[in-house]
Design a protein around this ligand. Sequence first.
Ligand SMILES: Cc1ncc(COP(=O)(O)O)c(C=O)c1O
Length: 454
Amino acid sequence: MWGEQAESQDFSYLWHPLTQHRGFHPLVIERGQGSTVYDIEDRAFLDAAAGLWCVNVGYGRSELIEAATRQMSMLPYYPLVQSHPAALHLAERLADLLPGLPHLYFSNSGSEANEIAFKIVRQYWKQMGQPAKVKILSRHRGYHGSTLGALSATGQTERRRDYEPLVPGFIQVSAPYCYRCPFLQTMPTTPHQCALDFERRIQIEGPETVAAIIVEPVVAGGGVLVPPDDYLMAVAEIARRNQVKLIVDEVVTAFGRTGDMFAHQRYGVTPDVVTMAKGLASGYMPIGATAVSDEIFQAFLGDVDSGRHLRHVNTFGGHPVAAAVSLANIDVIVREDLVQRSRQQGERLLKFLSESLVGLDQVGDIRGRGLLVGIEIVQDRASKTSAPNHIMRTLARYLLDHNILAGKSTDVEADHNNILMLAPPLVISDNELEQLVDTVTAAIRSLSRENAKL
Ligand SMILES: Cc1ncc(COP(=O)(O)O)c(C=O)c1O
């Protein structure tokens, strides 16, 4: 009853992201605990998507709730046109975690964090006397957000198509998509052709026109594309020798998601800018941040009338409650060593999936880093033809019917949205992990059992 009423209210009043409303029956989720969420009829689901890959510490954390309450009573809001202790403490904490990136600009989301990064690098080059350096290079299948600048950096044709023309000066190169190598290589080469693609493009455009490269350390929503271990260093080298800034988009990957506090740190690179959002407050509050090197920050210093300051403002950026919750969240991640836990549980998840999915012709590839795992579903392994959307929906429906919430690539590329994605809270228990593997295996087996026409 309650369910029907909510569904009718939903259809009347809510407009959902990435959703065709006709025939849509939303889950109405009311509460959560650990890795489980409950709908308004108290049905439990294992949230193997951690919301939208952000509830890293799991649901129901009293530490975060208390931090929010304390901060609300003390100071519910003040803008960062001045300063406040919550933002100060958080900025210092993040600077400690990010050697070489001591300056933090706070915002409200990942898209915004990237927009700010683009504005900072463009203004930086102008102030360095190189006003033509404006272009931003990114990659096919990469995702950097939904606002127009961030969407322009996004290499997902289905996301972009209806919103063109996009912002000028954004160009995509090939992604490190080893299962479907854009250069048709079967053996790794050094340096990788996909990394060299950045250099080729910089040469074609002219280095004097390129401001920055932006990459996700692991392409997340574009299909969990895990690059070769030396890829990011090769990209960083290309950026350095062409005088191009490197922006690493850690909106998904940071705060333990991929088994490191920040994913780029595993590869030994020091970017010029790092953006973050989702796991920063584990989704308990909206917050984004753009961390910047001292060298870039220095270029913004000058006389008060020099015009060298960043001309960007957002009412809620660095919101005291979001900052206080972020600090409490980082404390939990460090105290419970959730970074290491993500690494271990991620390795187990990959191993169990590889064992239980072995021999299934619909499983083209299983890949991941930490608790960010993708399973590429194909018609058959020989042809590698992507499973069509309706099969991916059948799979998601099976999982939902068996109380599992998982992600799947959506609106990335026409006829190529065939990756099932798992990114549970980092606190997922051993039993829950096994339940997840068993149900995903049964779901994929059900495709062949019913002899579904792929
Ligand atoms: C890598 C990456 N960057 C940026 C964003 C945009 O973040 P938001 O949805 O908070 O704007 C996302 C969102 O999924 C993302 O995956």
